[in-house]
Design a protein around this ligand. Structure first.
Ligand code: FE2
Length: 247
């Protein structure tokens, strides 16, 4: 397996007929299948609109109708990690784990769903992160997936709901050799910057993007493309962000 496809902020909704989360997710999954035969899927948080058993199982089944690929998930602020872990044990559902080794690549899945100071914000358990870090192979290339961006980006209102203890996480991340990517969701838009040989990349929402030029309140940009990230694993990992117009 040499490809990871990341989908984020699906906000899957079972009932509301006008909610475009299902329709847009189908556009994304069809596009992925048109481009690639084999891949693993990573869902980087805010999987469902209501974090209950019915929504998680319905989303899992919805995606299963498009692909047999392994599906890994991390929680976002709209998720219930205890329920996600229980479903992973009891049912055929999304895989929940800390680290996945693929060849010479260590894929790290972080949980930032602990509530932050502001509604929608997040926090990470830094002591637990140190435990995960100790399991990583020194020479392996690393990709970290997390829902909340570890630094403040975007609109003023959004800056308040990034990772509360992001400064400490960034400090800890700087000690990891060969950290090629940190890829986050939550921002419902496109951001990318390189810091000290690591690409900090956002994954757009598969449902709808935020208008980050509006600073005082949450505003959606209905016309902005939906999309997903693809990571090509080799000695030199690369990525592309694929977009789909919904207008
Ligand atoms: Fe979020």
């Amino acid at each position: 397996m040499d490809k990871i496809v990341q989908i984020s902020d699906i906000h899957f909704c079972i009932k509301d007929k006008n909610h475009s989360s299902r329709k847009h997710l189908s556009l994304v999954l069809n596009k992925i299948n048109n481009l690639y035969d084999e891949y693993i899927l990573v869902l980087s948080g805010d999987l469902v609109m209501n974090a209950d058993r019915a929504h998680y199982l319905a989303l899992y089944q919805y995606i299963r109708d498009f692909t047999k690929s392994d599906i890994y998930a991390i929680p976002g602020n709209h998720d219930n990690i205890a329920l996600m872990k229980a479903l992973a044990m009891q049912e055929e559902c999304f895989k929940i784990q800390d680290v996945l080794e693929i060849g010479n690549n260590d894929i790290v899945f972080l949980d930032s769903s602990e509530k932050g100071e502001h509604l929608g914000g997040g926090k990470i358990d830094l002591a637990y992160f140190e435990v995960i870090k100790s399991q990583l192979r020194a020479r392996a290339n690393k990709i970290v997936f997390i829902h909340h961006p570890p630094f403040k980006i975007g609109a003023d209102w959004f800056k308040k709901i990034c990772l509360d203890n992001g400064d400490l996480l960034m400090q800890s991340l700087s000690e990891i050799d060969n950290l090629k990517y940190l890829s986050y969701g939550h921002c419902h838009n496109y951001f990318s910057e390189e810091r000290a040989n690591t690409v900090f990349l956002s994954c757009p929402s598969s449902w709808i993007q935020f208008d980050h030029s509006c600073h005082h309140e949450t505003k959606y940009d209905q016309e902005k493309e939906i999309g997903f990230n693809v990571f090509h694993l080799s000695d030199d990992i690369s990525h592309e962000t694929v977009t789909i117009s919904v207008c």
